[in-house]
Design a protein around this ligand. Structure first.
Ligand SMILES: Cc1ncc(COP(=O)(O)O)c(C=O)c1O
Length: 476
């Protein structure tokens, strides 16, 4: 494709995306396709000859679009918001168009230095002190793994330089809760700690936040057995119910015992743009690492996960590689982000964050976040005011966990009823929510926060929910 052909096709593609974004409210929220149906509409053999661009657009429209669950749809209330602001999409396109190679400062000085600057902007916007230095990772899962690898090396006095964990005489332990995201377990396993050494500390039965008394006693018991506590992963906004572990007290326990504290704020980091929400992660300054995803509620198109540490030297000591072909005579003066994480080749992700912050602006982002918090509060009030409906967990941010509990249903029948009404809404394509288990019982998470979701959308969701719940009861 020549630059002129690209210009022509690119204009058409931008028009197509703009039309798609302005019409997506007419589409079903959940993809209405059966497994395998998209594959069946594609040729099983790769094209030998070039396809016209118009034909590609037609295929996007006819084959791809039906296979997309519309997470940008205003009636999408599932999982967590995965906003993709169009301002950030432009930055992502710029990044792809530039075709940069981020393997060293020298391979793209702008990639490194824009990243340093936007990470620092985000630090300031979320009220973190200047002791934090950030990088952009693909996901919070990678950030958590990176944190646990550093924690492992800190606890084992850099065992990786010898026989690794395999040569250690004792086991290293990790502490989190069952509310924590599955990526915490995955990271602990990938970092070689082993399931036997991962502790799920008890939580408060109402708030689902980590109990610090339980944390203290489990750490004490482990030390008594000769084990070495290596890391605590605290959730600031857990996936299921947006629980906030008490970071301040956890940080004290971590410091007393020389344990690495990683704060997973994947979802709730966005809320920290609002000064009034920062009490929720009080004590975060005493953690060792923090990750959160602008690619969720804040709305920088996926993938864009911020990872902050206070001591980059430790990170670099664990992650650094210094192959001869990547050395340059400015190495002592510059940041080499390849030494801050796992991949060597890095995308120019900072561009989408830079575009997002510059074109939309933090003031407008904050207004939108506050609108969502208000909508969640109003929605929760309506649910609570309605007979036989319950809000199950305190609403910390924009996710409301609800259940319809009509009299006379035993626990099994209640589960069937919950799944019946939520699944029938999801099947209808009119709205989408995620059913999830809380202490073994099904409930429904209503996660408010898509960029285009207004109070009117939330109100029509509430009507839909009551209609489908009534229908489920009628049909038994
Ligand atoms: C609290 C929490 N941590 C981690 C993750 C994983 O995020 P990612 O998809 O960026 O790995 C999620 C995803 O929803 C999450 O809610």
């Amino acid at each position: 494709m020549t630059a002129d052909e690209f210009r022509d096709a690119g204009h058409q593609l931008i028009d197509w995306i703009a039309d798609y974004r302005s019409s997506l409210e007419q589409m079903p929220v959940r993809a209405q396709v059966d497994p395998g149906s998209i594959k069946n509409r594609l040729s099983s053999a790769p094209p030998e000859l070039p396809v016209e661009f118009e034909e590609m657009l037609e295929q996007l429209q006819q084959v791809v679009l039906p296979g997309i669950t519309q997470v940008q749809h205003p009636m999408h209330f599932g999982w967590f918001p995965s906003n993709a602001s169009l301002a950030s999409v432009l930055g992502d396109i710029a990044s792809s168009g530039l075709g940069t190679l981020g393997i060293s400062w020298e391979s793209c000085p702008a990639l490194t230095e824009v990243e340093e600057v936007v990470c620092d902007w985000m630090r300031q916007l979320t009220g973190l002190s200047a002791q934090w230095q950030g990088s952009i990772q693909d996901t919070a899962s990678t950030a958590c793994l990176t944190a646990l690898l550093v924690a492992r090396e800190q606890a084992s006095n850099f065992s990786q330089n010898g026989g690794g964990l395999q040569a250690e005489k004792t086991a290293y332990t990790i502490y989190s809760t069952e509310e924590a995201h599955s990526s915490v377990t995955k990271s602990a396993l990938l970092a070689g700690f082993g399931k036997d050494n991962l502790r799920f500390v008890d939580v408060d039965p109402l708030t689902r936040a980590m109990s610090t008394t339980a944390l203290e006693s489990v750490i004490e018991a482990d030390i008594g057995k000769g084990l070495v506590p290596a890391a605590i992963v605290a959730s600031a906004g857990s996936t299921g119910v947006t629980a906030f572990d008490p970071i301040s007290q956890i940080a004290d326990i971590a410091r007393q015992n020389n344990i690495w504290l990683h704060v997973d704020a994947a979802m709730a980091g966005s809320a920290m743009l609002l000064p009034e929400c920062r009490r929720l992660w009080d004590g975060v300054e005493n953690a060792d690492s923090i990750s959160w995803n602008p690619h969720k509620w804040m709305g920088t198109v996926l993938d864009c996960s911020l990872f902050y540490v206070k001591n980059p030297e430790l990170l670099i000591r664990v992650m650094s590689t210094n192959p001869s072909y990547l050395r340059s005579n400015v190495d002592s003066e510059v940041t080499q982000y390849r030494d801050w994480g796992i991949p060597l080749g890095r995308r120019f992700r900072a561009l989408k964050l830079w575009f997002h912050l510059s074109l939309d602006g933090p003031a407008a982002i904050r207004t939108r976040l506050r609108r969502d918090l208000d909508n969640a509060r109003r929605f929760a009030e309506q649910v609570e005011a309605c007979k036989e409906w319950r809000v199950l967990v305190p609403v910390n941010l924009q996710t409301v966990c609800i259940r319809h509990e009509p009299a006379g249903l035993d626990l099994e029948a209640l589960d069937r009823h919950t799944l019946a009404w939520v699944n029938s809404i999801n099947r209808s394509g009119k709205a989408f929510m995620s059913p999830s288990q809380l202490a073994g019982q099904w409930m429904v998470r209503v996660s408010i926060g898509v960029e285009s979701t207004t109070w009117e959308h939330v109100e029509s969701l509430w009507q839909l929910i009551r209609q489908h719940a009534a229908l489920s009861l009628e049909q038994g």
